[in-house]
Design a protein around this ligand. Structure first.
Ligand code: NAD
Ligand code: ZN
Ligand code: ZN
Length: 388
């Protein structure tokens, strides 16, 4: 089959490799019909997440069931499904407590960048390095889906792939960032980052009846897109202080009720040790997170959706205490909310596919990564067709 294989930072190519096979009774093999490139994939692409052996990329994918393991009863060959990006067993303490990203069984060895043990047990993700379980991902013609009794969700016939593809990750992620703010309606939400995750946060804030949504980005073309799609207010980031002042002005001096960081840590990419695939995280910027802390009102919430490295610990806590800020963060627990979000899509309350700017063949995956990484050609979201 054809698959997008990670070889080294900056080197992801469409290769021909063996088809995946059922390895466990609760696996299915999925024939992938659509898959997307995520901002998280860029952390592997840039070397921010270390990976030394080749692996198939991709955690945002959907398709048609090709084969089922013996224990899979609720799915049959030919069913069309979307698959949440965390791999989770469904039965452990964390899965039973709506925290599938912390599944105790899917990633028994969770090793840190230098090979040291960071946590005893952490969850797994598709196509996202050995650190996250070493499972091949879905930027491929076929993918093995483990624990398929728990993850995949059937899709109604009337819905196109593009209408539901983002239920795998970015819509649940954006929605979670808003859910954490516990909005009652009428609030002001500031979303930092007008990429795919930020855009889904904006749509989710509107679903939660926010009165005002302010989006901040360094790229005017991305601000223009989300403003055209949703009517939100926008601020071009040139200087942190100015952004904070503008948010305060727009909120009667109080600050936003909820700030969402949909950008994350910005490493100094020149500090990548290519041989060991290790990034030095001591230098790098958390300026977006700091701006969120300054722009949020007293007693407000900051949701951290953008990724921060495990071994980064220079964060200043003073402002969190002084302002009584609630901080929420982490990989999105997709499984507990995906059915509710599918309902939002099916009822037409939200549209997800309007952020797609590039539709490419899987064969052009190298170009897809480059365009998305360098933010070229007006790129916001790339969707790949494995069969074109
Ligand atoms: P992206 O790279 O397309 O978007 C990031 C956006 O941030 C870009 O538009 C960029 O211009 C903007 N930006 C950069 N510096 C900025 C600044 N100083 N102020 C404002 N905006 C700035 O990626 P994405 O797909 O939207 O993902 C965003 C982040 O969310 C990534 O870190 C990704 O790994 C993470 N993510 C997390 C989860 C989760 O489960 N928590 C899921 C998916 C993605
Ligand atoms: Zn993703
Ligand atoms: Zn589990």
């Amino acid at each position: 089959m054809k698959a997008a294989v990670f070889h080294a930072p900056g080197n992801i190519t469409c290769d021909t490799i063996d088809d995946p096979v059922i390895q466990d009774a609760s696996d299915i093999i999925l024939k992938v019909t659509s898959t997307a490139i995520c901002g998280s994939d860029l952390h592997m692409y840039s070397g921010g997440i270390p990976q030394l052996r080749p692996m198939v990329m991709g955690h945002e994918f959907m398709g048609i069931v090709q084969e089922t393991g013996q224990n899979i009863n609720h799915l049959k060959v030919g069913d069309r499904v979307v698959v949440p990006f965390p791999i989770a067993c469904g039965g452990c303490y964390f899965c039973q407590h709506n925290l599938p990203t912390a599944c105790e069984h899917s990633n028994p060895e969770h090793y840190g960048p230098e090979g040291g043990l960071i946590t005893e047990k952490g969850g797994a993700l598709f196509g996202y390095s050995d650190l996250y379980g070493g499972y091949n991902g879905g930027q491929a013609q076929y993918v093995r889906v483990p624990y398929a009794h728990f993850g995949p969700r059937k899709v109604a016939d009337g819905l196109t792939d593009e209408q539901v593809l983002f239920l795998t990750d970015i819509f649940p992620t954006g929605y979670t960032g808003v859910m954490w703010g516990e909005l009652k309606g009428g609030e002001t939400v500031a979303v930092f980052g007008a990429g795919p995750v930020g855009s889904m946060s904006v749509k989710s804030a509107i679903l939660h009846n926010a009165k005002k949504v302010i989006v901040i980005d360094t790229l005017q073309y991305r601000l223009d897109q989300i403003k055209r799609l949703t009517g939100c207010e926008t601020i071009l980031w040139e200087d942190a202080k100015e952004v904070i002042e503008q948010i305060r002005e727009l909120t009667g001096g109080r600050g936003a009720d909820l700030c969402i960081d949909a950008v994350g840590f910005e490493p100094d990419r020149s500090l990548l040790d290519k041989a060991k695939a290790v990034m030095n995280f001591e230098k790098g910027s958390i300026k977006v997170l700091e701006a969120c802390m300054s722009a949020v009102r007293r007693g407000g919430t900051v949701s951290i959706l953008g990724v921060y490295p495990t071994n980064y610990d220079n964060f200043k806590l003073g402002q969190v205490f002084d302002k009584g800020i609630t901080l929420k963060s982490g990989q999105c627990n997709v499984h507990p909310i995906i059915d509710m979000l599918m309902d939002h899509v099916q009822s037409g309350r939200v549209q997800l596919d309007d952020i797609i700017t590039h539709r490419l063949s899987l064969e052009d995956v190298s170009a897809g990564y480059e365009i998305f990484d360098k933010k070229q050609d007006g790129c916001v979201k790339v969707v790949l067709d494995p069969w074109k």
